[in-house]
Design a protein around this ligand. Structure first.
Ligand SMILES: Cc1ncc(COP(=O)(O)O)c(C=O)c1O
Length: 441
């Protein structure tokens, strides 16, 4: 079955098989096993195939106490297909066009449903990344990538400095793409965790051009887009669409996989539903169906299928006429916090002597670099003396303003300022060694 799918991937001389990892080439969806045989028997009068249980009247057998909690039909208690609930996959595909107008009319795969973004990253890793491959990414990244790609795939993260002159360091990324080696795996995450940065429109074009340049130079480029925070862009001139439409039709040697989902976009962190969608210039239905089957096989091998209840709830939400307005309302809450942070930073010039905000324009977070003091010492001081929790990463303090009410933002920054001054004063006291700023970001 894997060989048959690989044959389909190679149809028309496509270089797709060479984009996949060895594991990806071995992956297949077991169409002829229990699932396939069950599908064939779907319309039988007596169906003794799959391991689910039904009432005497043929409805799904479920506990009434659970059923009464949910306004969903009892079939929501059954397994979802490994590739996801078909109507939800279709709805998400249609929503991709609405959210990314440049995608309209472009060919890409149907989204395959995963157990949210983390699992989508893991499936993408298995499908596309071999042990000892290098993954190119900015040096400020979500720390779970280490478990996912270093530990999970045996690959290594090859970082470049995220920022140069207050913007995204496209030149450093381009240099990595052109380094020796035929296959390049690039991982981009906009809006970014931890920085809350999204490439500007100009930078997005430059990123696309750098990827095109690498492909024209003969590289096979696999781009993994972690679009977990898609849509949360607050500033003008910042790329509001995914990079997916730019890359899906870019070059026959550029394979892009978009990983996204409702976790952050629709504020359902615990639902555990995500999507992976493939795009490549020249790829046809036969190629996309084969990629989907391989991804679904990896889903089947790891979690069998994502939560049907969560998928059914989301499908109903996306069909709800109130969905768009409610979503816009939640966006406005987060944007108001972003705007307030901009205002308060402008209103407190003294803060500039204590910390430097990293560029930010989107998402859930922003980062600051404390000046002349150790970020970890500041974090501890904030925790013990100011009742204020933050995260330290690569010598920076990450502030998740997504979780701080508007009315507390001024206090968050005032506490930060005071804590930095205190740590500085303490380390300048006679007999104390000077603080070492362990900056690495
Ligand atoms: C950049 C990034 N990608 C992926 C994820 C994982 O998302 P999910 O909860 O859907 O697995 C997170 C969660 O914090 C994240 O910050």
């Amino acid at each position: 079955m894997a060989a048959a799918l690989n044959g389909e991937l190679a149809a028309g001389g496509s270089p797709l098989p060479e984009m996949l990892s060895a594991k990806g080439l071995r992956a297949y969806f077991p169409m002829r096993g229990i699932l396939g045989q069950s599908a064939e028997a779907r319309n039988c009068e007596i169906n003794a195939t799959i391991g689910t249980a039904f009432e005497e009247d043929g409805s799904a057998l479920c506990l009434e106490c659970l059923e009464s909690m949910l306004r969903l039909p009892s079939h929501a208690f059954l397994y979802a297909p490994s590739a996801g609930v078909p109507e939800l996959r279709k709805a998400w595909r249609e929503m991709l066009d609405l959210k990314n107008p440049s995608l309209r009319g472009q060919k890409c795969s149907l989204p395959v449903v995963t157990h949210a973004l983390t699992h989508a990253l893991s499936v993408a890793g298995q499908l596309l990344v071999d042990p000892r491959d290098k993954i190119i990414l900015p040096d400020l990244y979500w720390d779970n990538y280490e478990l996912l790609f270093d530990e999970g795939c045996g690959a290594s993260l090859q970082t470049f400095p995220t920022f140069v002159k207050g913007g995204f360091n496209v030149a450093a990324m381009a240099k990595r793409l052109l380094a020796p080696g035929d296959k390049k795996v690039l991982l981009l995450n906009f809006p970014n965790n931890p920085t809350g940065y999204t490439a500007t429109d100009t930078e997005a074009h430059a990123i696309r051009d750098a990827i095109l340049h690498a492909a024209e130079a003969g590289k096979r480029v696999v781009v993994i887009l972690d679009d977990a925070y898609f849509g949360l862009v607050y500033a003008p001139g910042v790329r509001s669409e995914s990079l997916f439409p730019d890359l899906a039709g870019l070059h026959p040697r550029v394979l892009v996989v978009k990983l996204d989902g409702p976790t952050k976009e629709d504020y359902v962190w615990g639902f555990r539903v995500g999507f992976m969608t493939f795009g490549m210039q020249g790829a046809e239905d036969i190629h996309y169906r084969a990629l989907e089957a391989k991804a679904a096989g990896l889903v089947r091998a790891t979690i069998s299928s994502a939560s049907n209840i969560a998928q059914q709830l989301l499908l109903q939400a996306y069909r709800d006429p109130a969905y768009a307005a409610q979503k816009a309302g939640k966006f406005a809450i987060l944007k108001a916090r972003y705007d307030r942070i901009r205002e308060l930073l402008a209103a407190h010039p003294e803060y500039a002597g204590a910390f430097e905000p990293m560029p930010f324009n989107s998402g859930y977070f922003m980062c600051v670099r404390p000046i002349g003091v150790d970020a970890e010492a500041v974090r501890k001081r904030l925790l013990t003396e100011y009742g204020t929790g933050t995260i330290v990463l690569s010598g920076l303090l990450r502030l998740a303003y997504s979780s701080v009410p508007l009315a507390r933002l001024d206090a968050l920054f005032a506490n930060l300022y005071q804590a930095i001054r205190q740590v500085r004063d303490a380390s300048a006291a006679p007999g104390r060694p000077a603080a070492n700023n362990a900056g690495g970001g």
